[in-house]
Design a protein around this ligand. Structure first.
Ligand code: AMP
Length: 555
């Protein structure tokens, strides 16, 4: 099939801004090629998205704009600097290519008409070229295309290489067009696309039969777009809306999708980049932890120090690393918390999360390096359990909690209502310690919780606001207990009052009305962040500031 036919379709699509019209043009085109080979339909569907490899593939073309400029310069005898200048003023390399090729005065002999297969194959070949002279070899491959191309064809070859088609076609339009062209329900096409992450495959199957589309499913080795989470408005609200909920700790690391096919294990990020090489120990841990079957599992990799989570920044250093991986492995140890399974011997992504979690528990042999996310099944009868898990999670250095509707399937790429994250934006207040409570059990010798107060600037007094217990590690617990001894004013069994002297920064999720505290308000989920020795008592936050924060919160 001639490339010029596709270029004609590109032009038509680009000339309208109406989505429905675009969809119709694509559908009609797909109908006209129904009798062609599955390979042609596959390639056309990819090229309509401006791609030459499917989204699940980690292959990349590896042709830079610089190389396009070099090729054009060589072919047309135009100097590279002048092409670069044009690019700086026009911005679209495709348009520049079209202009240059149409101004071409050189006579080309033996111009062969370009076919779709020729274009896509030449571009695909650039991916596998490495080593010495690779730039020249790539240059020759694209030069061959430009030499046979009409100005319009050359424009779209460039746009395909730069991965910017500029014809305004999104995945949704293509899904609709495929559904229309082959007369198959949109939901069926959409499901097949979500699970295969390959519209080319969906279209070729649609060309074959509806049954073939329905058979398409998730496959180890082909990463799919991760299911995304919406923000939860609050713990109780979310649980009441969802009914029965899998409630889990939200870890602060990077999400990984791990595929095992035969002997090979591959790790992909949420943007479907293959990061297997950068995370060798995760490959080892996972191989050890699961049976020798094909599977796809999901989890969060976090960086640790003394087996405690450390900032997300560290894990980024690991994932981006191409060299000295072994050295980095020692410097920034990693562990993984698994929270989902999408394939185990067979596709399971469409089973409810409650069931998938059970399967995960059956197949994973946990260790210090591979754990399952901490989880509780909650409903409106035990909202307290979710609040407890939230506190525990924050206390242990994690980010918050997730809610997953127990009966929901995995919906690739969708940010739906079946998975919510509760990760409050945590404002902070600087409060002074005016009281405390001795802890229980192991913490009996320490002040396990502090009564925190704000300044009333009208009277100069301190007004109580909240009891804060979470956020302190063992070291802080001991050192602060020590330090507070000198400020004790009175003790009544476990309850102590202090002279205002030490200021704590406390994070919270929400300010709520309260008649328990003198401020008339209190904080939900307070967590102690640090001692603020850098400010004086006159800088403790005031009730006025609290009012401002309430206004902000309610807006
Ligand atoms: P978002 O990226 O904003 O959609 O928030 C969800 C993210 O939380 C996921 O992409 C994961 O990286 C991360 N995450 C951490 N812990 C979990 C968990 N237990 N279940 C699902 N996602 C989790």
């Amino acid at each position: 099939m001639l490339y010029e036919e596709l270029v004609d379709v590109y032009e038509k699509i680009g000339s309208t801004t109406r989505r429905l019209e675009k969809e119709e043009i694509i559908a009609n085109f797909l109908k006209t090629i129904k009798h062609k080979s599955p390979e042609t339909t596959y390639d056309v569907t990819l090229l309509l998205q401006g791609k030459i490899f499917p989204p699940w593939s980690d292959k990349e073309m590896g042709v830079s704009t610089q190389l396009i400029i070099k090729a054009l310069s060589k072919m047309l005898g135009e100097n590279t600097k002048s092409i670069e200048n044009k690019l700086a003023s026009v911005g679209d390399m495709g348009e520049i290519t079209e202009e240059l090729v149409s101004n071409n005065k050189q006579v080309t002999f033996f111009k062969v008409p370009l076919t779709i297969t020729k274009v896509i194959n030449n571009l695909r070949k650039t991916e596998s070229i490495t080593g010495s002279n690779s730039q020249n070899k790539k240059l020759n491959l694209i030069l061959e295309l430009y030499s046979s191309a009409s100005p319009l064809e050359a424009k779209y070859i460039t746009r395909t290489i730069t991965e910017k088609l500029r014809i305004g076609v999104g995945e949704g339009t293509l899904v609709d067009a495929i559904s229309d062209a082959y007369g198959i329900d949109k939901e069926i096409i959409d499901r097949a696309y979500m699970l295969s992450n390959d519209l080319g495959e969906v279209a070729t199957r649609a060309q074959e039969s509806i049954g073939a589309v329905k058979e398409l499913s998730i496959t180890p080795g082909k990463p799919i777009k991760p299911m995304l989470a919406q923000l939860s408005p609050g713990i109780r609200e979310s649980i009441e809306e969802m009914g029965e909920v899998v409630c889990e700790t939200k870890y602060d690391g990077i999400r990984v999708q791990i595929h095992k096919i035969g002997d090979e294990i591959k790790i992909f990020t949420r943007r479907l980049e293959n990061v297997t090489q950068a995370l060798p120990e995760i490959v080892e841990y996972i191989r050890e932890a699961l049976p020798d079957e094909d599977y796809i599992i999901e989890g969060e990799v976090i960086a640790t120090r003394d087996n405690k989570p450390i900032s997300f920044q560290y894990i980024l250093q690991r994932v981006k690393r191409k060299y000295d991986v072994e050295k980095m492995r020692e410097k920034i140890p990693l562990k993984i918390f698994l929270f989902d399974v999408l394939y185990y011997k067979e596709p399971v992504a469409e089973q409810p999360i409650g069931q998938r979690r059970q399967l995960l528990e059956e197949i994973v042999h946990t260790s210090d390096d591979v754990e399952l996310s901490t989880m509780k099944v909650v409903s409106s009868d035990n909202v307290g359990d979710a609040e407890e898990l939230f506190n525990w999670s924050i206390d242990n250095g994690h980010e918050g909690i997730m809610f997953k509707d127990v009966s929901s399937p995995y919906s690739p790429g969708k940010r739906g209502k079946n998975m919510l994250k509760f990760k409050p934006v945590r404002e902070t207040l600087d409060c002074v310690i005016t009281g405390g409570l001795y802890g229980k059990g192991k913490r009996a010798k320490f002040f396990g919780s502090y009564l925190l107060s704000l300044l009333d600037s009208q009277t100069g007094e301190y007004k109580t606001l909240v009891h804060a217990a979470t956020g302190m590690d063992d070291e802080m617990l001991a050192s602060l207990t020590d330090r507070m001894q000198q400020y004790i004013l009175s003790t009544n069994e476990q309850i102590v009052t202090f002279k205002p002297a030490v200021i704590l920064e406390v994070a919270y999720s929400e300010i709520v009305e309260s008649n328990e505290y003198e401020a008339g308000y209190s904080l939900r989920f307070p967590a102690i962040k640090r001692v603020r020795d850098d400010i004086g008592l006159d800088q403790v936050d005031t009730l006025d500031k609290l009012k401002q924060m309430i206004d902000l919160q309610n807006n």
